[in-house]
Design a protein around this ligand. Structure first.
Ligand code: AR6
Length: 170
């Protein structure tokens, strides 16, 4: 299944995948980083729909339409804040990827793009996060042929290198 996973450098707000994931917070009411960028690019109707969702637990996901984005759907998932690794961070981070992909399957998406969840403001070390993310994605794809392609859209070169290294280890 790792031939269905790609690592690219780019801006996820420009993605043409069926669905993009958003590294949100539990309020689902927007924030900085990739969350802010996705809300700006999608337009104010995204926040209106998010207000109807009443938040989301860390490690789970909720879906909205994509509005002004090319992507048809946004998969909003609050990643864990890094507290040293002994507080269930890896299981929660894996849950983010699995929950987003389960919603993508349910809504008939064939292609899904992810940002590097939790490795910005939330402080998750990117090498560790990349291994957790890619093993969760690969595990899901092994059981779900309906998802044809998953891309990690990395905003900077260091993040891209970390995901490439983790993909090579799968
Ligand atoms: N496209 C792809 N990746 C991006 C983009 C973009 N346009 N912009 C930033 N990144 P972060 P977190 C990368 O901090 O750590 C928000 O305020 C960024 O370089 O956005 O999960 C939420 O509301 C980094 O590699 O998310 C939460 O409160 C990655 O996206 C909190 O931040 C994630 O960085 C979530 O923190």
């Amino acid at each position: 299944m790792s031939e269905r996973i790609e690592i690219i450098r780019g801006d996820i707000t420009r993605s043409d995948a069926d669905a993009i994931a958003n590294a949100a917070n539990t309020s689902l009411l927007g924030g900085g980083g990739v969350d802010g960028a996705i809300h700006r690019a999608a337009g104010p109707r995204l926040l209106e729909e998010c207000r109807t969702l009443h938040g989301c637990e860390t490690g789970k996901a909720k879906i909205t339409r994509g509005y002004n984005l090319k992507a048809k759907y946004v998969l909003h998932t609050p990643g864990p804040v890094w507290h040293g690794g002994g507080h269930g961070e890896a299981e929660k981070l894996a849950g983010c990827y699995r929950s987003c992909l389960a919603l993508a399957s349910e809504y008939g998406c064939k292609t899904v793009d992810f940002p590097s969840i939790s490795t910005g403001v939330y402080g998750y070390p990117v090498d560790k996060a990349a291994r957790v993310a890619l093993s969760a994605i690969a595990g899901y794809l092994a059981e779900h042929p309906e998802i044809e392609r998953v891309r990690m859209v990395c905003f900077d070169e260091g993040t891209k290198r970390a995901y490439e290294a983790a993909l090579a280890e799968l």
